[in-house]
Ligand binder design. Structure first.
Ligand code: PAF
Length: 281
């Protein structure tokens, strides 16, 4: 596996990979890799495709009071994990390389970026859309793979890829979960033992609300019960628990089309998010 940090070297290495005609897959990450990321890499490697993984903790997607400095960084261990599964290139640019002096461009995706995490974390999806656009232009992959755990992020990326005619196929992979059901996330590392136990209330509350809504309970009542469950387990604040159109993320109060139930709440210092499909049939 080549570990590359400057753009001309990356371009040359990707050209070499492409010379055998096999597709190049990009798995963008911020490092601190866990089984959720490795499932994305495994999906990337299917059909003998070449895999490039990027590790870049993107300052533009962190708000002023968020965990940019504390965000876990352990590139050496990440590199070992990627090497062991046969990743071709680890693309690890520096912050100055990604955003050199004078950098002035922002990608903003209206509508789908505005609610949910966009409301709770102003500017977050501008940062994501900007860096992912740059990563696509740097690596020029045929395919890019993202986890459904960041469901709104995936929807934002699908939107700007379509809007800007970017020639990349986007694959969304189902959320990877610990045995007890907690969605895997690099931020789970922040949880104390007690918080780790309480965190389970998030997937459980969403699962229970899904069952209630699918069997015909009023949506608002099911959401209110889920919020009460989270509050009882110490989540504070609860940014949202809401049912949305699965494609547009517009809020829904009646289950009349494929939907997604999404939740975000803070447990101590850790903000957790999760989501689950809700099926009208
Ligand atoms: O999901 C993430 O890890 C990040 O938001 C991404 C897509 C790598 C962009 O920085």
């Amino acid at each position: 596996m080549q570990i590359l940090r400057d753009l001309p070297a990356l371009r040359a290495a990707v050209d070499m990979l492409k010379s055998d005609g096999k597709p190049v897959v990009l798995v963008p990450t911020m490092g601190a890799l866990h089984d959720g990321h490795m499932a994305l890499v495994e999906e990337g490697r299917r059909h003998g495709r070449h895999v490039v993984v990027s590790i870049f903790v993107n300052p533009r997607q962190f708000g002023p009071n968020e965990d940019l400095d504390a965000y876990p960084r352990r590139e050496a261990k990440d590199a070992q994990m990627l090497q062991a599964v046969g990743v071709d290139i680890l693309w690890a640019p520096s912050v100055d390389g990604m955003y050199p002096a004078g950098y002035a461009t922002n990608i903003r995706v209206s509508g789908i970026s505005d609610g949910l995490d966009g409301a709770a974390r102003p500017g977050h999806f501008d940062g994501v859309a900007t860096v992912v656009t740059k990563l696509f232009n740097q690596v020029r992959p045929d395919v890019a793979i993202f986890g459904e755990k960041d469901y709104q992020q995936l929807a934002v990326i699908r939107r700007f890829v379509a809007d800007l005619d970017i020639p990349v196929e986007i694959i969304g992979l189902p959320t990877q979960r610990a045995e007890d059901g907690l969605a895997l996330s690099s931020r789970n590392a922040y949880l104390s033992d007690d918080e780790r136990k309480a965190a389970l209330a998030l997937p459980r509350a969403l699962g229970e609300a899904k069952r209630q809504i699918e069997k015909g309970d009023p949506v608002e009542r099911a959401l209110a019960r889920a919020i009460a469950t989270l509050a009882a387990h110490g989540f504070d604040p609860i940014d949202y628990v809401t049912l949305c159109d699965a494609a547009t993320l517009e809020p829904m109060i009646v289950l009349d089309r494929p939907a997604r139930l999404l939740g975000a709440a803070r447990l101590g210092k850790t903000r957790l998010i999760d989501n689950i499909a809700v099926d009208p049939t």
